[in-house]
Design a protein around this ligand. Structure first.
Ligand code: NAP
Length: 303
């Protein structure tokens, strides 16, 4: 199936282009980006022009930051294309609901992709927890914003979500593996003096679930979820790549290696089955944190 990539930046180059190239299901037939290009692929700078001149491309994958994404998604849907959204699926819940309505009316598939849900042990963790009684859980998601978003000021602009840009990955995994939904009770958000979004956050959910997000970590990065149950402790590390039950490694590698290859396989399935997958629960938790969070000023941040 032919696919077009929109927004050729860090994640498009790191993950989308190689995953499409490695797949038998997909052919990268065009790109649309103001400056970004992929060698050997027809490049456009205007989305409408690309859609009009390529009626043969049924699927568009959007790799832009969240704020500009809505307009691109809307235009692609109204032009009758199936759309895959990078995480988070939008800058607000309302615009995501609006896209879902548009997609249903247009009869096209819409996929809110959550790459961390495709961690190698995410399914195994969900399956192991399915019948357990959970006593508490803690998420530690600490990474270096300078490494993952070098110079990307948009992450600190309104709608950029700050530390919730990676934190929402943890929340996407949490909402996948916990057998019962939880909701936020309180939060503390640390805002650098010179920025519009938080650089760190501590969250307290119902049922003894807590989270610690921080973007100031240097050295080793930490993407861990620990879940204590009456039948033992589950520990997911490296964003869901590895799992231990009571300290013993558990789970097996899926047949298809890599989060993004698995996302693109899912998109192919959704299109084949004419389905939409638009689970907004991770974004809802982020919205709750901005509504409930106590704001604490911290040192200014400069890239
Ligand atoms: P990015 O490199 O800053 O942006 C991607 C591209 O989008 C840019 O190179 C730019 O290409 C285009 N763009 C940026 N702002 C735009 C605007 N206002 N209007 C139109 N086009 C615009 O960002 P990224 O790191 O790839 O992240 C994009 C999305 O992927 C985010 O939602 C992020 O959460 C997600 N993601 C990122 C990572 C990561 O490691 N960085 C990992 C997983 C997921 P042109 O200038 O050529 O138009």
């Amino acid at each position: 199936m032919k696919i077009a990539l929109v927004g050729i930046g860090k994640i498009a180059r790191d993950q989308h282009v190689p995953s499409i190239a490695a797949s038998n299901a997909w052919e990268l037939a065009a790109t649309c980006s103001r400056a970004g290009r992929v060698d050997g692929v027809p490049a456009f700078t205007d989305l409408d022009e690309m859609l009009e001149s390529h009626p043969d491309i049924p699927v568009v994958s959007l790799c832009l930051p969240p704020v500009p994404r809505f307009e691109f998604a809307k235009r692609a849907i109204l032009a009758g294309r199936h759309v895959m959204l990078e995480k988070p699926p939008g800058a607000t819940l309302s615009e995501c609901h609006a896209l879902e309505d548009m997609a249903r009316k247009a009869g096209v598939c819409l996929f809110a992709s959550w790459h961390s849900r495709e961690g190698a042990r995410a399914d195994a963790a969900r399956d192991w927890l399915a019948d357990k009684v959970i006593t508490r859980a803690h998420i530690t998601w600490r990474e270096d914003v300078r490494k993952w978003h070098p110079g990307q000021d948009w992450v600190f602009d309104p709608g950029g979500m700050g530390v919730f840009d990676p934190g929402i990955n943890a929340l996407s995994l949490m909402t996948k593996i916990l057998p019962q939904p939880v909701h936020l009770k309180s939060a503390t958000l640390e805002f650098p003096d010179n920025r519009q979004t938080p650089i760190a956050a501590q969250l307290d959910f119902t049922d003894g679930v807590s989270a610690d997000f921080d973007w100031r970590q240097t050295g080793p990065q930490t993407w861990d979820i620990e879940v204590w149950t009456e039948a033992g402790k589950l520990h997911l590390t490296d964003g869901g790549e590895h799992m231990m039950i009571d300290g013993v490694p558990a789970g097996q590698d899926p047949s298809l290696i890599g989060e993004y290859p698995r996302l693109y396989a899912q998109m192919a399935d959704l299109v084949a089955q004419s389905k939409t997958d638009m689970d907004l629960s991770p974004l809802r938790h982020v919205a709750d944190a901005f509504m409930l969070g106590r704001r604490v000023p911290v040192d200014a941040f400069h890239f």
